[in-house]
Design a protein around this ligand. Structure first.
Ligand code: SF4
Length: 574
């Protein structure tokens, strides 16, 4: 059975912008924060906002204080003025594409034109748009209603940005024949159009469709409608808990899409649950899936990868295989990653709900595992040498203090009290820590020459950086909510992907360049395949969809195992 996730599933630009704006205000402002109406039509996001003490107001009070954010759908101009007059600071998060429709209506309404909006008059976006029509606006949801309208002398026709494209095309076609003087504008948002086209195609190509998103969300409901028109079974769910197994068991392939207001963590969770349900059909696959899932959740997979990477780094420097160092790296990574997951159960609730549940359920076992592995790693470094021990101790203390309030600096604009609060700190710290245990510790205890150490350190940290930033991009929405400062949050997804690309290209170049020097062992240039494969994989995942599933995580984590194995094969053959 195959799962295909629509590349257009999840937050659109306007919704993402509105959610980012409200979270930014909440991180910087001490004043009460409200949204005027629900920020978006998604119950989980609204629940998350309430947890962050961002409340909604549905009626404008006579007097008020604090910040009010206008949602992506926009509001009538009178409401904005009323909010300001009541004493609120108004932040307008109306989507720029909705603003464009407001501007069109306003411009023509001022010239005395009537306005026809193809959309649901009760939908907040349409309510807002009607506010610009100077009392001469009409909303229609069917051809019959449109034909009931009088023939206007001057009229502008627009569509709700999430309207069904096929229906709007019918209206446009009618106007072109019967009301040629009407001014018609293409106002359906490109993102809506793409989403609808994609689900139509996916529904035709697959046996069943799952649409993820709020039951109140107009655009999500429309996706379900469009998929149903193909005659395929369609299930509209709000989250993974509503997935019905029968839909899955009878289908050979399932297409998954999500509305513009569905956050990625809900889609991720649904994909993971479907993957799990599919694997349950076959015992061998179930066993494989559960094992993979367990290795990923417990971080044993990441820790093993660190061990293999240490082996590769040592061999590249000509140190030779030393089990001690591979074990130190494994134990350090295992301990730090588990502790980090234990401390961030709250953000995992958004990014990885199943992992959060797993950590809650097995808290004592995992705490013990983290402490024992951390202590064993320190003991092994102690018997390796005093300098190794000191370096590992410092790295461990740095890792442990990551979430603790240790920085006294705090001002109205800057909320930095922990290493965690420093922009980009998570990504940089993980990369540096891995580079230290996989490359620097073996080099220190073997007193390697500086130049080869620098080259291998750059190579290893380049791979770790790419892996970490990729996972951070997958978790960007949950991290934003919980205030984690990752590089993708600081720079945005696009720039983060560009940086991954340049870092991996740099990795390929430095390894290839060593072929012309005697800095590393002769066969080192073969390892240029690893950053190349990572580059291609990340490009592939990015192109298909940035949804985090067990397969993606497993494949990326495997790159370090492959690095170690490839090194071993090269050593055997050379
Ligand atoms: S669907 Fe389009 S118009 Fe509507 S909020 Fe999203 S990006 Fe903006």
């Amino acid at each position: 059975m195959k799962i295909v996730v629509a590349t257009t599933a999840g937050f659109c630009m306007g919704v993402r912008r509105a959610v980012d704006m409200v979270l930014d205000v909440s991180n910087l402002s001490q004043e009460p924060i409200y949204t005027y109406g629900p920020l978006i039509h998604n119950p989980q996001v609204l629940e998350m906002l309430e947890e962050k003490k961002i409340f909604r107001i549905d009626k404008i009070p006579k007097k008020g204080t604090g910040v009010v954010l206008i949602r992506a759908h926009g509001v009538p101009p009178e409401d904005q003025n009323e909010l300001k007059n009541a004493g609120f600071t108004v932040i307008n998060a109306t989507c720029p594409r909705v603003v464009r429709v407001q501007v069109i209506i306003n411009k023509y309404a001022k010239r005395g034109y009537s306005t026809v909006i193809v959309g649901d008059e009760k939908h907040p976006e349409v309510v807002g748009l009607l506010g610009y029509a100077k009392g001469n606006g009409h909303a229609v949801t069917s051809m019959a209603k449109f034909l009931e309208l009088p023939k206007f002398k001057n009229c502008v026709v627009v569509a709700q940005t999430t309207q069904n494209t096929v229906f709007y095309d019918e209206i446009k076609a009618w106007c072109k024949i019967n009301a040629t003087h009407y001014k018609i504008f293409d106002t359906i948002c490109g993102s809506t159009e793409k989403r609808q086209t994609e689900i139509r195609e996916l529904a035709n190509e697959n046996d069943a469709v799952i649409v993820v998103g709020g039951k109140q969300s107009g655009n999500t409901k429309r996706l379900a409608q469009i998929a149903s028109q193909t005659g395929k079974p369609v299930s509209h769910i709000e989250d993974a808990s509503q997935i019905e197994d029968e839909t899955l068991f009878s289908a050979e392939s399932i297409a998954i899409t999500a509305g513009a207001s569905t956050p990625s963590w809900i889609i991720n969770d649904a994909v993971r649950k479907i993957e799990r349900n599919i694997q349950k059909q076959h015992f061998s696959k179930t066993f494989l899936f559960i094992s993979r899932d367990f290795l990923l959740k417990t971080n044993i997979m990441a820790a093993t990868g660190a061990g293999f990477l240490t082996y590769a780094c040592s061999m590249l420097q000509g140190i030779g295989p030393e089990l001690n160092h591979a074990l130190i790296a494994m134990l350090y990574v295992l301990s730090m990653q588990i502790l980090n997951n234990l401390l961030t159960i709250k953000s995992d609730k958004y990014n990885h709900p199943q992992r959060a549940t797993f950590y809650k359920k097995n808290k004592i076992f995992l705490q013990a595992l983290a402490i024992i592995s951390g202590a064993t790693g320190l003991y092994l470094s102690f018997i390796t040498g005093a300098l190794s021990f000191i370096i590992l101790l410092v790295m461990s203390l740095l890792g442990l203090s990551y979430n603790l309030k240790i920085i006294p600096l705090k001002s109205r604009k800057s909320q930095i009290t922990r290493i965690k609060d420093i922009p980009g700190s998570k990504t940089i710290l993980i990369t540096f820590a891995w580079g230290t245990v996989t490359c620097l510790l073996p080099a220190v205890s073997n007193q390697s020459d500086l130049l080869p150490v620098i080259v291998v350190f750059l190579f290893a940290t380049g791979l770790v950086f790419a892996r970490t930033v990729f996972f951070d991009v997958l978790a960007i929405q949950g991290d934003r909510i919980t205030g984690k400062e990752t590089l993708p949050i600081l720079l945005g997804e696009k720039r983060s992907f560009n940086i991954i690309k340049y870092v991996l290209i740099f990795d390929i170049c430095i390894i290839l360049l060593t072929f012309f020097t005697d800095l590393l062992v002769n066969s080192a240039f073969f390892l240029a395949f690893i950053p190349l494969i990572m580059l291609l994989l990340i490009r592939f995942f990015k192109k298909n969809n940035l949804i985090s599933g067990v397969h993606q995580e497993f494949i990326i984590e495997c790159s370090f195992l492959v690095t170690g194995l490839l090194t071993a094969v090269i050593q055997l053959l050379m």
